[in-house]
Design a protein around this ligand. Structure first.
Ligand SMILES: [Zn+2]
Length: 256
């Protein structure tokens, strides 16, 4: 496993996995609904067809769907030590708001990758923004081809993503999706490459900060004591300098 994926939202309601096909679309109105019952073998209403297998000509759903509360924060949930990530915004033709987060280094066995997050109310990142584990990247919603508020996320392999210095700023050359014809528009089941831990990524970050704080007083007591000593020394120096100045003034007065 190359890293850990936590849950990007606080809501804990899994609704559709990789490769499943529980959704239907009316190709005229572009409205999407869940099959009845919401399973691969469920039935689409009259006028509707299977969203993935018929309308999008895919082998199934290209990522994972988790039910969300409208406008709840979506945080970047992928934890690979020392990896740098960079964000890019998208809006699809059905009004779906999405954020892609690209790796700036190759991942062992996978190469360059990106994680997509879709159906957002809005993005919280700008194109080219450096993103790290636990950063808020957007707010949950139901934009685009979506039956209800949820976050869709998926893994894709890409060509190299690079940042080029451009004056004081950087210009990003985002990688292009590889294996587009794999039946999932290049998407892979991230659970085959990453450990999935069903805990909100934000809780993991909070826990790490709490642990770091708990360690702080013990490891840094000596440093603080040394700094306090230096403050005393500097205060004394200032006092001495002030006294010397006063003495010089006094001596000047005497000479006159
Ligand atoms: Zn989805």
């Amino acid at each position: 496993m190359v890293g850990t994926v936590y849950r990007p939202i606080k809501s804990d309601r899994f609704s559709q996995g990789f490769g499943e096909a529980k959704t239907c679309i009316n190709q005229t109105t572009r409205k999407v609904v869940a099959k009845t019952p919401p399973t691969d073998v469920g039935v689409c209403p009259v006028g509707y067809v299977d969203l993935y297998k018929v309308a999008l000509r895919m082998d199934g759903h290209s990522g994972e769907d988790w039910g969300a509360v409208r406008a709840e924060p979506v945080v970047f949930p992928v934890d690979i030590p020392v990896m740098e990530w960079i964000a890019q915004n998208h809006i699809d033709k059905d009004g779906g708001v999405g954020v892609d987060v690209f790796s700036l280094h190759p991942v062992p066995g996978l190469g360059y990758i990106k994680f997509r997050f879709w159906h957002l109310l809005k993005s919280s990142v700008y194109d080219g923004q450096i993103v790290k584990f636990g950063d808020v990247i957007g707010l949950g919603d139901s934009t685009g081809l979506s039956t209800k508020d949820h976050v869709h996320w998926s893994l894709k392999q890409t060509s190299e993503t690079t940042r080029i210095k451009f004056g004081e700023l950087f210009r990003t050359k985002f990688g292009v999706t590889l294996n587009n014809t794999n039946g999932y528009y290049g998407a892979l089941n991230f659970r085959l490459y990453f450990d999935f831990v069903n805990v909100w990524a934000n809780d993991v970050v909070k826990q790490r900060i709490a642990e770091a704080k708990a360690d702080f007083p013990v490891e840094n007591k000596e440093v603080i004591a040394e700094l306090e000593k230096q403050v005393v020394v500097l205060t004394l120096r200032v006092k001495i300098a002030t006294l010397m100045k006063q003495l010089a003034e006094l001596l000047k007065g005497r000479k006159k």
